[in-house]
Design a protein. Structure first.
Length: 157
């Protein structure tokens, strides 16, 4: 499919404006009366040596910092007033994996409780708490999973 120089310029402008391939495909049909598949649009953009821009994902707003309570003389800043899951969790990865696990390790939660974690051969995540019946706070679970993702990425998992 051959495009005129004017059409090539328009496609270049659309890419520069941040339009996605599907939008370019649609606009070419409407403005140039050229119907093409998504793959054709992709190949066309590649032939023109253009690269679509990745969408900009806005950063979530950070919560405002709360002022310290000056009226409590015995209070240690950041001790009891920290919300559960506020960066107080940690994870380690075992050097010798648990039997039946692809990868395993230990997790410490914000309340000081510990548990062994593992990923089995099917990729399922499991926790074995040190205290039977213990359930970590939900916010800690998310934090531990994020920490675990980072640690495993460092190790090439």
């Amino acid at each position: 499919m051959e495009l005129t120089q004017e059409q090539r310029q328009k496609v270049t402008e659309w890419i520069a404006a941040g339009q996605k391939l599907s939008e370019i495909q649609e606009r070419m049909g409407v403005e140039f009366d050229l119907r093409m598949t998504y793959m054709d649009a992709r190949l066309l953009v590649d032939d023109l040596k253009l690269t679509p821009k990745d969408p900009v994902i806005p950063e979530p707003p950070k919560p405002p910092a709360e002022p310290a309570d000056a009226g409590a003389p015995d209070a240690v800043p950041g001790e009891a007033d920290a919300p559960v899951g506020a960066g107080q969790c940690s994870v380690t990865v075992d050097t010798v994996m648990k039997a039946g696990a692809m990868v395993s390790g230990k997790a410490t939660f914000s309340d000081g409780q510990t548990a062994e974690w593992y990923l089995d051969q099917m990729g399922r995540f499991g926790l074995i708490p040190a205290v039977e019946g213990y359930r970590p706070p939900q916010s800690d679970i998310a934090e531990v999973q994020a920490l675990l993702d980072r640690e495993l990425a460092k190790l090439g998992y």
